[in-house]
Ligand binder design. Sequence first.
Ligand code: RM4
Ligand code: MN
Ligand code: MN
Length: 430
Amino acid sequence: MSYRIPDALIGEANAKSAAAHDDDYGALGRRLSRSGVEIDAVTAKVAAFAVAVPTWGVGTGGTRFARFPGPGEPRGIIDKLEDCATIQQLTRATPTCSPHFPWDKVSDYGELAERAKGLGVGFDAVNSNTFQDAPGQKLSYKFGSLSHSEKTVREQAVAHNIECIEIGEKLGSTALTVWIADGSNFPGQSNLNRVFDWYLESLSEIYARLPANWRVFLEHKLCEPAFYSTVISDWGTSLMAAESIGPKASCLVDLGHHAPNVNIEQIVARLIRAGRLAGFHFNDSKYGDDDLDTGSIDPFRLFRVFNELVDASARGAPGFDPAYMLDQSHNVTDPIESLMVSAMEVQRAYTQALLVDRPALERAQAANDVMLAHRLFKAAFVTDVSPILAEARRRRGGAIDPVAVYRASKYRAHKAKERPAVAGSSSGIV
Ligand code: RM4
Ligand code: MN
Ligand code: MN
């Protein structure tokens, strides 16, 4: 029998901190009501907010120098689902997980869907992988996949993406996320125009196989592993691709995939305007695609992104329906703790953005009262909304303090016994 955190443990821990929490929630409620905000209405919105967890995030990641595996790491998709379910059990913010193929391949997807259901989690977007060669694969992706110079390689990559759709259908997913590593390392290595044509041609073939209610998310990335040019390098290229392929194609924003100093929230605003914002891969970044924990470096940027999202939702922007996912690599922390904290940081930014006094902000903007506009904006960001997040969790059966309950449960020590280390696990991103 594999260990699950008893719900009673959550109940006991919540009971112990209930008085202090009620006090904090009450105080914040009184403060917000002075500005006309009803705290329970905000809490209800936060409780309904969800962000998907990546199955590849529950294993310890690494760099190209080393990986330092932790005890009790997941050995395969069933273990990963258990960890994802634990994150959901404690935070109540992550009801779905996003699988990656071939890493999460099994022989019976009906059974996998049942296991997930039994654990209380569902499946989000499926991710294809043509940035590595799978064991036994016929043709190599060393020089590209969907935009490879050889048609046979492109066909193989297309077939893999179609297989991902077919698997996703069995799992209850309704979206395919495509990130390709295609690009070049040397000027002159490839024809910058032709590779884009090949990408479009391949993607159209995948698109033609999308079920009616499915969407395809195109993920751009500036560089890495290709260090001279990348085929889908930025949001402009991604938007061109989505618009030429069809209405079910849209652009996914991974926060780590931009040039330094780029104004990501403005990109988000533009994609919303075009009706092509697919959603997000949340993480934080200091230098590049660092895949650091969401909100650990620049929580203000995350807030600015959410300000655009709440604004779009408030004005009913057409086609606005973003998918929220975490995409991080945990090198020195327990991945479960990192993912719980990150899910809460995403919720925090959302909550803060809900607190922006939009009518007052609009008046200040119209009057060109720059300082007032900025102070109104900042006032929402500096509000400590932690009691709202805790209350949203508690109301849904989660923990007031998920990390404390997780540590008290000794979940990781239980898993270390149940899951003897295996070599070559697909966990994490190396
Ligand atoms: C990429 C990108 C993709 C993720 C892989 C593992 O940099 O962020 O979304 O699937 O990493
Ligand atoms: Mn990503
Ligand atoms: Mn990435």
